[in-house]
Structure formats: structure tokens, C-alpha cells
Design a protein around this ligand. Structure first.
Ligand code: 3PG
Ligand code: MG
Length: 422
């Protein structure tokens, strides 16, 4: 249960010093203290403003070498590094319900404090004042399903590939093929935004021409996430263009536009925001540094995103499957009782028909976007067969049929399993 007036953050810490003293230094540095006592830091001021150590759980394991370079150590020969889980809390009075200032507090200077040879933010609990101050997702799972008109199964999606290099008309021609194959969701790659070779406006116009024509003919409108990543005014203007063209989604790169960019887009948007997490590896790849996804995704959900990338099972990156599933679950876990802020997890990165079964079993939900770029485009019988193979793989997964058995009567799936490794 979240405290109504205090922010809580859990950390994994590693230190060669007494862990409680190190945690005190962190709490002090991130609130009223600094490296020496200062006269104004009276007991009354500390009682009002200092961060508190709420919990400190030491782990038995000690390590002989520091996980990160540059950390300090006490003198003597037999120095070991101890690890602990530590919870700090801050009064919301210190920064008010402000996401950028929350980040500066819970994930600011502390990562480089000399006391620590490892420090990672594991989770966050926020007072409801944050839910009142920020829009949260405008569409989330339900709104996305309504706009895409897909119910009771995942949205089958793709990423335009080649990522860059296609012009607006070539992109539209590929989108036409994908629409005819019955795809639910298409996104620009994060590398494709507004380059002179494929300007945003011309791409959006050409793509929406074919998406709208297909929808008029068949009643099915693919949701296309146009990558509007840019400066604030550019993003607002591009959003308005997509809306005017009858589009149903926009996309932005979280780390590139930053928190304020996303908050502003969240306040402006009338469309679901598809959030691409490229750059995430820099915040997460070292297990003793940075953020856990469980903590990180909460910030963006409050800011207003509707779809969050979570990687995928057996992906092309280095994240293991348990971590991917924990991330997807986090996206679907309510943040506040009155404002759940749940968002669609997006499985993407080296995905194909091969991972549908495992994804469904592990997640136990169909509330997800399953996006395969190479897993559709490189299908030996072409992108339409790639789309069919994913649909068939999900049909089998949801019916509890072994993919290889289902593939006997479904050639697109059979070829995908052969191609991508069954
Ligand atoms: O932007 C993405 O999500 C990736 O480029 C996924 O591409 P892939 O499915 O070909 O790995
Ligand atoms: Mg990409």
C-alpha cells in the first residue's frame, strides 16, 4: 500500500563500507544533507525533509571485487563488498508531484556516490498525488483494442523493414501488402522519423491513403504507429497530422524525447502513444547499476504512454525470458487503485511465429502487441505469409495446440517454424 505523503524507492546496493552508513549517506545526499554537516540542517529541518531508511536487508553473499569501477573502500587488506536491499522514503513536500524532480531525487546523483560499487533502483511506490497530477495513459489496453478492433487475442504487429531506406511510396506499398494480409498493427522503426529521404508528412499521407482505402473496402483499419520523435512543436504538429489523416496511433522514442517530451505529448494526444524503449540497455544492462524495468515503466505510464516495449522471449538482445515476462506483467499491474494506468506490453525484438506459444504460456494473457519485423518480412513466402504464420501461431497457442501439430495443416506456420527455428 502506497504511503499517502511519502515516496518510497527500493534499491539493490553494494558497498565496501558499513551498509547502514552507506545508506545514510545516500539518504542524506538525496535530501537535506551533503558531504559535511551544514549549520542550517537542524534537527527540525531533518525531521521535515530528510530521506529515511525504511528497510535494510543484508544479503549473506559477499563479493571480493567491486561490480563497478571507481568506488571507495576502507583501508586494510581483507575488504569485501556486501550487498543489501534498501528502501528509502522521502516526503512528497520535498519536490511535489513532479515526475522530472522525482527522477532527480530517486535516480539522480546517487548512482555515482563513492560509497557504492553497485546501486540499482528496483521499484518505486508513489503517493496518489502523482496520479492526480499526471494524465496517465489515455487509451491503455481497452482503448487500443477498441481502435484496432481486436478482442480476445493479441494484436499481431510488425515493424516496417528495412527500417530506413524505403521512401514514402515504397513504405505505403509494403503497408498495403500487410493490410491485405490482415495485419492489426504496423509501426515505423525507431530509426525512421523525418529524414529527407522519407519525410514524416509524406510518409503519413501515403501510408494513411492505403490504410484508409483498405478500411473503406473491408472495414478493417490497421493501427499504424507513426514515429513522430522530434522537438516538442514538431511532435504536436505531427500528431495533429496523423489525427487529421484518420490515423490511430503515434510513436515516440522514450529516451530520446525524455520525460518532459513524453509528458507534453501525453497532455496533447488524442491518439494512443506507442513508446519505444531504445537506449534502455544503457540504463539496465549491468545488473548492479541503473533501473529495473519494474520501476522505470511506472514513470512513463504516469507520463501518458499507452504501449510499452518489453523486448520478447528468445530475443536478439541479451535479456532473459523471466525478465521479459516480469516487465510485461509490470505493465499490466495497476499502479493506483483509482487510476490503474495499465498499458499494453509490446513484445518486439527478434520475434516470429516461434515465440507465440511460449509467450502465451508464460504471460497467461492476450493483452499484448506481438510485433515481428524480420519475423514477418523475412518469411520465405513473403510478408503476407509472415502475417498468416503469426496469426496461426497465436491461434494454436490460445487453443493449447502444439505449434508443430498446428503447422501440419497450416503451411505459412510450417514455413515460419522451419525458417526461424521451431
Ligand atoms: O523496433 C523494433 O521493435 C525492432 O526493430 C524489432 O525488429 P525485429 O522484429 O526485426 O527484431
Ligand atoms: Mg527497431
Amino acid at each position: 500500500m502506497a504511503d499517502p505523503v511519502r515516496i518510497e524507492a527500493d534499491y539493490l546496493i553494494e558497498t565496501a563500507y558499513d551498509p547502514r552508513r552507506a545508506a545514510e549517506a545516500m539518504a542524506g545526499e538525496q535530501s537535506s544533507g551533503t558531504f559535511v554537516p551544514v549549520p542550517g540542517e537542524t534537527p527540525e529541518l531533518k525531521a521535515r525533509s530528510a530521506a529515511r531508511i525504511e528497510a535494510l536487508e543484508l544479503f549473506d553473499e559477499v563479493v571480493p571485487v567491486p561490480s563497478l569501477p571507481g568506488a571507495g573502500r576502507p583501508g586494510g587488506e581483507d575488504v569485501v563488498y556486501r550487498r543489501a536491499r534498501c528502501t528509502l522514503s522521502w516526503p512528497i513536500e520535498n519536490m511535489g508531484p513532479s515526475l522530472p524532480n522525482l527522477v532527480a531525487t530517486v535516480a539522480g546523483n546517487l548512482f555515482e556516490l563513492r560509497q557504492f560499487s553497485g546501486l540499482r533502483l528496483l521499484d518505486l511506490r508513489l503517493p496518489t498525488a502523482f496520479a492526480d497530477a499526471y494524465p496517465g495513459p489515455s487509451f491503455g489496453v481497452e482503448g487500443t483494442r477498441r481502435l484496432a478492433n481486436v478482442h480476445g487475442r493479441p494484436l499481431i504487429g510488425t515493424i516496417v523493414k528495412p527500417s530506413v531506406g524505403l521512401g514514402p511510396e515504397e513504405t505505403a506499398a509494403l503497408v498495403q501488402t500487410l493490410c491485405e494480409a490482415g495485419i492489426d498493427f504496423i509501426k515505423d522503426d525507431e530509426l525512421q522519423a523525418d529524414g529527407p529521404h522519407c519525410p514524416f508528412d509524406r510518409r503519413a499521407e501515403a501510408v494513411m491513403r492505403v490504410v484508409n482505402a483498405h478500411a473503406d473496402r473491408t472495414g478493417k483499419k490497421a493501427m499504424v504507429a507513426f514515429n513522430l520523435t522530434g522537438d516538442l512543436d514538431q511532435m504536436r504538429r505531427r500528431h495533429d497530422l496523423v489525427l487529421a489523416l484518420g490515423g490511430t496511433c503515434v510513436m515516440a522514442s522514450l529516451n530520446a524525447v525524455g520525460l518532459v517530451g513524453m509528458v507534453e505529448l501525453g497532455r496533447h494526444t488524442q491518439l494512443p502513444i506507442h513508446a519505444h524503449r531504445n537506449g534502455w540497455g544503457a540504463l539496465n544492462r549491468h545488473p548492479l547499476l541503473g533501473w529495473s524495468y519494474v520501476a522505470w515503466q511506472k514513470i512513463w505510464r504516469l507520463a501518458g504512454v499507452d504501449h510499452m516495449h518489453v523486448n520478447g522471449l528468445a530475443n536478439k538482445f541479451c535479456e532473459d525470458d523471466d525478465s521479459v515476462i516480469a516487465s510485461a506483467r509490470a505493465c499490466l499491474t495497476p499502479m493506483f487503485e483509482a487510476k490503474p494506468c495499465t498499458v499494453m506490453p509490446v513484445f518486439s525484438s527478434g520475434q516470429s511465429a516461434r515465440q507465440a506459444d511460449g509467450t502465451f504460456r508464460a504471460l497467461g494473457s492476450t493483452d499484448l502487441i506481438f510485433a515481428a519485423g524480420g519475423g514477418i518480412m523475412a518469411h520465405p513466402d513473403g510478408p503476407a505469409a509472415g502475417v498468416a504464420s503469426l496469426r496461426e501461431a497465436w491461434e494454436a497457442a490460445m487453443a493449447g495446440i502444439d505449434p508443430a501439430t498446428h503447422a501440419r495443416a497450416h503451411p505459412a506456420l510450417a514455413r515460419a517454424l522451419e525458417t526461424y527455428g521451431g
